[in-house]
Design a protein around this ligand. Structure first.
Ligand code: KG4
Ligand code: ZN
Length: 372
């Protein structure tokens, strides 16, 4: 059962945070996929690492079994195993990694440890054949905010990243401050529907019109100041007696969401203009945000660009993206040894920082990637 890539079905395992997931991917297509989300963390207002690791341990066997039976596949037809090796919670990562190692070793299958954020990038290619390099990518999750340019798979130029909180982390912390549940992103999006952005004013960090691409921070993000500004505004509103704070929350949440989205969209447009590349891939949990998706889509369409955003299921943590990335790298001959270890702060493979003194890519290097 070999695919065009010369590789048969690949089993992917994801356990970096609070989703236990397994998937089988063959030739870029999902044959089976199971995601088990752990709700045990909600009452604690965040992921409890020890609970996450123990839940992965309890659930992983059954999740893989369900995945294989969904695909109607015997484990014997698999050609490789891919697993998230980092970044993530160390205990949670170790469960998936050691499971994958044991499984691969017992069946004599090639094993590959992959990077969780690179896997988010590959999620798009499972649904859209056009989501391929060259492209600009915005990866926004609970731990990362990365803006990059990819000339080819595996070779990435880091344009910008957050200097403090990740975008998803800011959503989670502000939601907690506003008395909303966890995870904060979907909660902020939900209550914002009853509110209106612009009733209050929050800053749009690092988006001054005076910035220039020669500035090393031109594409960088910062959400910590916005979080503090939201908290100070919340304190002022809590002190007002005429209207209850709860009634203010939708407008405040909507303005916070608009501030994050304006910043993310503004930086993506900078990257598109600088690179001359209008093909944009979105990934990570925050890519589930409807306002971000629609604002990006419009901003790109008016510039002749095109947005690739994964479906809601593939934007969240999942093993299909892990299997897809592993399939790609395994078919290039890459392998991990049985000494593979989990690394909570694993470096993004092939990622190099942009040289802000280098010439503008779009103008001088002639990169074109108009949508097809
Ligand atoms: O990629 P992900 O599922 O896990 C990590 O790799 O971190 O991302 C989780 C993050 C959380 O911070 C969560 O609040 C955020 O994604 N998120 C959202 C939405 N759904 C999830 N943020 C904004 N709007 C959403 N609808
Ligand atoms: Zn993730």
């Amino acid at each position: 059962m070999k695919s065009a890539s010369g590789f048969g079905p690949v089993l992917g395992i994801e356990s970096s945070c609070d989703e236990t997931s397994a998937a089988v991917v063959s030739n870029g297509e999902v044959l089976a996929h199971v995601i088990l989300s752990q709700d045990a963390h909600q009452e604690f207002g965040g992921v409890v690492p020890e609970i996450a690791a123990r839940a992965h341990l309890r659930q992983l066997d059954a999740v893989v079994e369900a995945t294989l039976s969904q695909a109607g596949l015997d484990a014997g037809v698999l050609s490789g195993v891919g697993v998230t090796a980092g970044p993530g919670l160390i205990g949670a990562l170790l469960v998936g990694l050691n499971w994958a190692k044991g499984f691969a070793w017992a069946r004599g299958l090639p094993l590959l440890g992959v990077h969780h954020m690179e896997a988010h990038l590959f999620a798009n290619s499972l649904e859209s054949p056009g989501a391929r390099p060259p492209f600009v990518a915005l990866l926004v999750s609970g731990g990362h905010t990365l803006l990059l340019f990819a000339e080819e798979w595996g070779r990435y130029e880091l344009l910008g990243e957050t200097r403090d909180d990740a975008a998803g982390e800011a959503f989670d912390k502000v939601a907690r401050r506003l008395g909303l549940g966890y995870p904060g992103g979907p909660e902020i999006e939900r209550v914002s529907r009853a509110g209106e952005a612009g009733r209050y004013t929050l800053p749009r960090p690092m988006l001054s019109g005076r910035d220039s691409p020669a500035d090393p921070a031109y594409f960088d993000f910062s959400f910590s100041g916005l979080k503090t500004a939201t908290s100070l505004l919340a304190a002022e509103l809590e002190a007002e007696k005429d209207v209850s704070f709860e009634q203010r929350v939708p407008d405040l949440a909507a303005e916070f969401q608009a501030a994050v989205v304006d910043t993310l969209v503004g930086k993506v447009i900078r990257a598109v203009e600088w690179s001359g590349c209008g093909r944009v891939l979105l990934g990570g949990g925050v890519a589930r945000n409807g306002i971000l998706r629609s604002r990006l889509e419009i901003a790109l369409a008016t510039r002749g660009g095109e947005l690739f955003a994964p479906s809601l299921r593939l934007a969240a943590d999942n093993a299909a993206m892990v299997a897809r990335l592993a399939e790609h790298r395994l078919s290039l001959g890459e392998r991990s040894g049985l000494d593979l270890n989990a690394d909570p702060s694993l470096a993004f493979p092939g990622l190099g920082r942009r040289d802000s003194n280098a010439p503008r890519r779009g103008a001088n290097l002639g990169v074109t990637c108009t949508p097809n």
